[in-house]
Design a protein around this ligand. Structure first.
Ligand code: M6R
Length: 608
């Protein structure tokens, strides 16, 4: 979604702001802009479309100055256009904003009645007017921002620059991420860490209801209520190199190939093979707590929801604990029944997904203990939870989640085995065998990745298909759903995933010779039943792509076969997911879509 960067320092900043925004492109956006204080006034450059258009504009019409703010916008209020792009200016004030001001209609009516003229359709412009009006009443910038914030309902991360205060930027946040960093005599702020990694890895995460005044002397943190805030910096583990494409055509392809390492890093230091146990401190649940759990409630959205589904299978199977999985967006608006003894697990790559964060808070409000499984250090979900199990996948830039998904699967496996041992549902022997196999999975993923060229050829046959079905049973069911989601989000091919057993209850009607059906057929107890589904598809002339462990499985039935290494049935999703990701990637690439930034989508969904 939208991205923010702000800079106060010694260097000319227009290009620096654009370079920072480039690191946020992956969040998804449709227009961009910068506002720079040139010493006497605020100069704004904005453009609809990609950053290259803004870059061309700034090259043609350069802006001088060392204090500025920048933004990439993902349209919510008003279409993507130059007039709706940020920064928004009212009088002496320029503002960039992420999030949604929920009471914008009433505020706008009031401000218009007071003679204020709006030049955009956005909710953001209201903030600029409110701050400008407060400054007109004589307040200095920080006090004017504080005054404006008191009027706002909703989610925001903002950065504000004022003509009358050329050396200062004020930032604030509520329910939208914002970090502040101090580096080489400069102070920066951004909505997301990659924007400032080129400057420093030491950052201060702002909490909801906090603001910061940035000057060359440093960053003064305080609450909107005016209390001083002392915050120690957090050192970010990610490096800039990790956030680069590294020779791959797209981030997504690079990230698919990074999966073995992502899983190794996620397992490292957490597995004790000799005793068949997991490190409870690292997992974030003590053995005592694991034993006391009556039910697990998993909350997530999108791809993370599929990882949570997999978690449910494993928790029931290995830990014998009742588990339910819920779409966070539904959970937060129901009246969920949370009992004492429920453990809630919130799964999120970004750790900032608004629905998942709100669902987590709802669960906490009902007294649940919450474990977060997240990839982004210091993210809102990580901070709001009682315990955190980090997936160490490194920065994921492609909007389509790949390495974070399989890292989430690995994390789910750890939680299930840990709880299984703590609850005596798993013997030490069985846990040792499972963990012993789990640590071998990365190597098997490497072998699965060797299928890249064959999958690329299969993608050629499928590139003009308008639809596709994905089928799996048991732990392969979430893989089927994920395979379909991946294909539709980056190639815009309509795809649906189903549990194999559901075929006869409706989707079979879609099958004819134009319908490719991707069938997950790893060696596991549901293989025979899945082969019956394959027969049903073939009987209707459907074309089958079989993902198997043994090349002979379904050989006479499948039009295409991809063979991947065998593992314990519980862990097959970590491996069978790979050809599905590669298939989506190659179909999308051959169709010429914007693989890393698919249309209409954002990497971090910070609005409902
Ligand atoms: O950051 P999160 O894992 O909470 O994000 C949830 C979904 O928005 C995300 O998984 C989305 O579905 C992915 N882009 C799919 O590839």
């Amino acid at each position: 979604m939208c991205g923010i960067i702000a800079y106060v320092g010694p260097r000319p900043c227009a290009q620096l702001l654009i370079d920072g925004l480039r690191k946020l492109e992956y969040r998804g956006y449709d227009s961009a802009g910068v506002a720079v204080h040139d010493g006497s006034s605020i100069v704004v450059r904005r453009a609809a479309g990609k950053l290259s258009t803004l870059q061309d504009l700034v090259d043609r019409e350069p802006v001088a100055g060392t204090v500025g703010i920048g933004h990439t916008r993902w349209a919510t209020h008003g279409p993507p256009s130059e007039r709706n792009a940020h920064p928004h200016v009212a009088g002496r004030v320029a503002v960039v904003h992420n999030g949604i001001i929920e009471n914008h209609v009433e505020l706008k009516q009031r401000l218009e009645a007071q003679g204020r003229v709006f030049t955009s359709d956005t909710d953001t412009e209201i903030v600029a007017h409110l701050v400008d009006m407060a400054m007109a009443r004589g307040l200095v910038l920080v006090e004017a921002v504080r005054d404006a914030l008191r009027e706002l309902r909703g989610a925001y991360a903002i950065a504000v620059l004022a003509k009358d205060d050329p050396e200062t930027i004020v930032v604030a946040k509520y329910a939208s991420p914002l970090v502040v960093a101090i580096a080489d005599g400069a102070v920066l702020a951004a909505s997301d860490v990659p924007a400032i990694l080129a400057h420093t890895r030491e950052v201060l995460f702002l909490e909801d209801g906090e603001m910061a005044t940035l000057t060359r002397a440093g960053a003064k943190l305080e609450t909107v209520a005016g209390e001083a805030v002392e915050r120690a910096p957090t050192t970010i583990r990610w490096s800039l190199v990790q956030a680069e494409r590294g020779g791959f055509k797209h981030f997504m392809l690079k990230e698919i190939h990074e999966q073995p390492r992502a899983i190794e890093d996620t397992l490292r230091g957490r597995v004790q093979l000799e005793s068949g146990t997991c490190n409870a401190d690292e997992i974030g649940i003590s053995e005592q707590d694991a034993n006391a759990v009556q039910r697990v409630v998993l909350l997530a959205c999108g791809t993370s929801f599929h990882a949570a589904m997999y978690g449910r299978y494993l928790l029931e199977q290995l830990a014998r604990v009742p588990a339910v999985v819920e779409l966070a967006s539904e959970f937060r608006y129901r009246e969920p029944v949370i009992a004492k003894g429920d453990l809630v697990i919130a799964v999120s790559q970004s750790g900032e997904t608004a629905d998942t964060l709100a669902a987590l808070k709802e669960a906490k409000r009902h007294g649940a203990r919450v474990l977060a499984v997240v990839n982004v250090q210091g993210s809102a979900i990580a901070r709001a939870a009682d315990g955190v199990l980090y997936t160490h996948a490194g920065p994921e830039i492609g909007v389509a989640s790949t390495k974070c998904f399989t890292a989430q699967l690995a994390a789910m496996a750890l939680v299930a085995i840990h709880m299984g041992r703590a609850r005596n549902a798993l013997t030490a022997e069985r846990a040792t065998a499972l963990l012993g196999e789990l640590v071998k999975v990365p190597e098997k993923m490497r072998h699965a990745l060797e299928q890249d060229a064959s999958v690329q050829l299969i993608a050629r046959d499928l590139v003009s298909s308008q639809n596709a079905l994905f089928l799996g049973r048991g732990v392969s069911c979430p893989v089927a759903l994920e395979g379909a989601l991946k294909l539709k989000e980056i190639s815009y091919v309509h795809a649906e995933g189903y549990a194999g057993g559901e075929m006869k209850h409706g989707p079979l009607a879609l099958v004819d010779r134009t319908m490719p059906v991707v069938c997950l057929l790893p060696d596991d107890p549901s293989l025979e039943k899945m082969l019956s589904n394959v027969q049903e598809v073939r009987a209707r002339d459907g074309r089958v792509l079989a993902v198997v462990n043994d090349a002979h499985t379904a050989a006479s039935l499948a039009q295409w076969t991809i063979t991947v290494p065998r593992t314990e049935p519980e862990f097959s999703p970590l491996i069978t997911t790979i050809p599905l990701q590669l298939l989506s990637y190659h179909v999308a690439d051959q169709r010429g879509t914007d693989v890393d930034q698919p249309r209409n989508l954002a990497k971090t969904v910070t609005v409902e």
